[in-house]
Design a protein around this ligand. Structure first.
Ligand code: TMP
Length: 203
């Protein structure tokens, strides 16, 4: 089973993925935790080009190519082999991030994103959890981390509001696959909701 986590910057995805992985492992499941951009050596190298530096470093079109190249490597080297071994793969972001960050929030490029996905990636997650939360609170959290990986946070609050709306629209368009979870609550309450959704989807 391939499960992805999506949401705006600072929405608490990595904390929630760790809690979910721990809960599934207690249940005796074999879990692989990974992230995008990244998750394989080549994709991690591409990640540094994307998340560091000046916001104007790449156009949205160039970003689509770089994110897709990183995703293809991640898919070939980690995701597909892990799924073939019967593992549960939990990925911090996947193709929905490109659909929203590059396809919707920075111009009308969704058609290009979809065509490239159909050509080079093809795979969709079995389940996608979107952690929905207030962009102002999330942005403060993201920049406060001071990770040096804040190129997308630097686009500012209005961009994060557009992203949130994009993820909400995605959940509406694909209600079977994409589940919205209210992230403006304490960590344990969010984790309990996510675990219930995932358990309902596990074979
Ligand atoms: P992260 O901070 O969640 O690790 O993600 C890195 C940044 O890259 C984040 O700001 C979202 C952005 N991103 C895209 O713009 N498009 C994509 O396809 C992916 C996977 C991430």
């Amino acid at each position: 089973m391939f499960i992805t986590f999506e949401g705006i910057d600072g929405s608490g995805k990595s904390t929630q993925i760790k809690l979910l992985a721990d809960a599934l492992e207690v249940d005796g499941r074999d879990v692989v935790r990974t992230r995008e951009p990244g998750g394989s050596d080549g994709a991690e190298a591409i990640r540094r080009l994307l998340v560091e530096g000046d916001p104007g470093r790449w156009s949205a079109e160039t970003e689509i190519l770089l994110f897709t190249a990183a995703r293809r490597d991640h898919l070939e080297r980690l995701i597909e082999p892990s799924l073939a071994d019967g593992k549960i793969v939990l990925s911090d972001r996947f193709a929905d991030s490109t659909r929203i960050y590059q396809g919707a929030a920075r111009g009308e490029l969704r058609d290009i994103v979809d065509r490239l996905h159909a050509l080079m990636i093809k795979r969709e997650p079995d389940l996608t959890i979107v952690i929905d939360m207030d962009p102002d609170a999330a942005l403060a959290r993201g920049l406060a981390r001071g990770s040096g990986e804040d190129r997308f946070e630097e686009f500012g609050a209005a961009f994060q509001h557009k992203l949130r709306a994009g993820f909400q629209a995605l959940a509406k368009a694909e209600p079977d696959r994409v589940k919205l979870v209210d992230g403006d609550r304490d960590v344990e309450a969010v984790a309990a909701d996510i675990l219930a959704i995932v358990k309902a989807h596990l074979p």
